[in-house]
Structures are given as C-alpha cells and as structure tokens.
Unconditional design. Structure first.
Length: 401
C-alpha cells in the first residue's frame, strides 16, 4: 500500500467524515432488501443488508452506517425492538422508516423513534419515485466522488475487492442484446465503487498479468452463468497488449472457454495505440485466437489509425469512443469521422461499435451511419453480474424506439 493512500485510509478511520456514506437496509423480505440496496448503490452509497434483529447489533458496533433504512418487519413489534436497540447503542446516524403510504403504523413508529432521541428522516412511503428518495437523502447528496488516489491492484485482489460488472452491447439492426462488455471495478470498504483509472497498473507492470488472469477467470465463470439464460450472447473483455504476446496466457484463456463460447463468441478489447505499435504481433495473436472464435476488438480507434492501411487485418470489431459519439446527431464533423470508421470496418470485415450513447438523437444518428453495435447509458450502465442477469437477460435488453 503506498504511503499517501495509507495516510488517507488511516484518517478516514480516525473519526473524520467518510467520503462515501454507508447505509444498512433492514427488512425481513429478501426482495425488498435487494431492491432498496440497489437504489442506494445507484446513488453512490456503500450498502449492506440485515434480515434479523440480532444482525443490527453487529452492524452498529463496528464501522457504524451513516443511515439505517428500516422496513416494517413482521411482526411489527420487531421494528420497535430495532429502534430500541439503536437508541441503546447511542446510534448517531440517521434512521429512515420504509413502508406503505397510508400506513398509520409508520407514523406511530416515526414518533416513537423521535421520542427515543434518534435522528429520524422523513419516512420513505411506497410507492415512491426517485425524486422522493433523493429528497429524503438531501443531507447526503450530492455524494463526493472517490479520491483520485492510486490503489494497488494486487491489494484489491488480495482483499477480494475486485469485481467485474457488465454493460450490454445492442445489435442496432435487430434492436436486441448482442453481447456483454466486462468492466473491472473495485468495491473499497471506505470509498465505495472505484473506477479502473484509480487502480489499473501500466501495461508493463508485472501486476497486470495477475489482474488479467483474474479478469479471464471471473469473466468465464460469469459467462457460463449468463449462458443458462441466453446461450447466444457474446462477451467482451479488456486485456493489455502484453498478454497477447504471451503464448501461454492465450493458451490458458482458450482452455477456460465455456462450452457455448464457440457459437457465442468472445472478443478481446485492446487499445488502438498498442495496435499501432506492433500490428504484426496483433495479427499473429488474432489468427491464433480465431480458431476458437475469439476475436480482437480495437478500442478508442481514433487514437491511432495508421494500422488501418494494412490489408487482410483479422479484426472482429472497431470501437468509436464517446468523445466522437456524444453529440454526433448535431455535429457534422463527428459524423464524418464516425462514417470513416464504419467504412474502414466494412473494408476489414469487422463490426463497428458506437460507445457512450446517452441520447436518442445520437442513437438514431448511429443507426443512420451504419454502425453494427451500440453501447451506453441510454440502454444501461454497467451493473453487477446478478443484476445484469436478472434485469437484462431475463427481462431482455431493448433499444429505445
């Protein structure tokens, strides 16, 4: 652990306010806990769940949450007991009750909590809108972002902080889910969800090999799980150029492919800058992987395009970054650049993918320009594997009309 991060970590444990607030969701019903947990995580909270009264004691005895969200447990007397436990523990955070909009019990319990001296927020009454929740949480929002400090990837692996989240790629022609893009995240115990820019090592760092091995192992496990619901869905993972030079790594990757991979197809995303440095090596790796229906995708393709002059380049996909997609509906220059990439992809026999789509006009422009795939917040942000399976595979991922 580097010194700067260590000092910051220690200060967060010495009584100073944490950057990312914690919430504990208490309810006897698993689906209620899951629903509320995801709602708070979407707002940036670090969330945990409690199903029983005895779990509350442990939750407030350690690193206490900033907020307790308490559903109307069955029997209702349990809510009274929980409020009593919080008062006896001198809980200094906020408490918010959750229940039916017309519930008289909710009002009575709210009064009881205030009589005990607890800091009670306005109850969250169902059904509620996002604006209702945000209004109740005005003391916590906006949540400050995680610090821009480097985190040791090996430390994240050692502590099981590293996760893979998934974002859908939409088939523009058929308006359906084509594949999932795996994106690395760190779930830090004090700073919450941290993006790759804060923990990914440089390509020549020896730690990248260990990280890449984790990504492959976890992605293959998740992909096999997704295949139970949608066996035809492809998968994309991002790997550094250095691992493509390692014949042993590529062989191990192919051995880990699940049974459905040959039909569904795996895509390995690499930086366009790296391709420009050694296109011959990329071509060699691409031909080796093609035997297993594993393709190479070039990310941020506009960063370096000199390699596109090479004929017969075995590339499966070209990706255009958000910088060129956002606002392309009203920007003639961006559309011209995107159109050039689409034509290059056609020449190479590759798919053209538009990343970072957030508005319907940009999506319509992408369709008109002839892109094959689309990815962005307009369809879904990256989510945890279980949530991806539940909301996008069971429910289906539909493009906007």
């Amino acid at each position: 652990m580097n010194t700067l991060w260590s000092q910051t970590f220690k200060s967060s444990q010495s009584g100073q306010r944490r950057t990312v607030p914690r919430v504990c969701v208490v309810d006897s019903k698993p689906h209620i806990r899951t629903f509320l947990t995801q709602a708070f995580e979407d707002l940036g909270f670090i969330a945990q769940q409690c199903a029983r009264i005895k779990d509350i004691d442990a939750a407030v005895s350690g690193v206490a949450p900033d907020l307790i969200v308490l559903g109307l447990l069955t029997p209702e007397s349990d809510v009274t007991k929980v409020l009593g436990v919080l008062a006896s523990k001198r809980f200094t955070g906020k408490t918010m009750l959750f229940g039916g909009r017309a519930s008289l019990v909710l009002t009575a319990l709210q009064d009881f909590g205030e009589e005990l001296g607890l800091a009670m927020l306005e109850p969250l009454r169902t059904p509620f809108r996002d604006s209702d929740l945000q209004k109740n949480l005005s003391n916590f929002l906006p949540i400050a972002p995680a610090p821009s400090l480097p985190i040791d990837a090996e430390e994240a692996l050692r502590n099981n902080w590293l996760e893979l989240w998934y974002q859908p790629k939409i088939d523009v022609q058929h308006m359906s889910l084509h594949s999932a893009s795996a994106l690395a995240r760190v779930r830090h115990p004090d700073w919450g969800i941290i993006p790759p820019s804060c923990f990914l090592p440089s390509d020549n760092d020896p730690g990248f090999l260990t990280l890449s091995e984790f990504v492959v192992r976890r992605a293959m496990t998740d992909w096999a799980y997704f295949a139970e619901l949608r066996p035809s869905m492809g998968l994309s993972i991002h790997l550094p150029m250095s691992v493509l030079e390692d014949a042993g790594f590529l062989e191990d990757l192919c051995l880990q492919l699940p049974d459905h991979a040959v039909a569904a197809g795996l895509t390995i995303e690499i930086s366009s800058v790296d391709v420009g440095r050694d296109p011959k090596m990329v071509r060699r790796a691409a031909k080796q992987l093609a035997v297993y229906n594993v393709g190479i995708s070039i990310d941020d393709v506009m960063e370096e395009v000199s390699w596109t002059d090479i004929d017969d380049f075995p590339i499966a996909e070209l990706q255009v970054d958000r910088a060129f997609i956002a606002g392309c509906a009203g920007d003639r220059d961006k559309r011209a650049v995107c159109g050039m990439v689409v034509r290059i992809a056609e020449r190479l026999g590759a798919r053209a993918t538009a990343k970072g789509i957030e508005t319907t006009p940009d999506f319509q422009a992408v369709c008109d320009m002839g892109f094959d795939l689309a990815q962005g917040f307009l369809f879904s942000k990256a989510v945890e594997p279980h949530r991806f399976a539940r909301t996008l595979l069971r429910g289906g991922a539909k493009a906007p009309k």
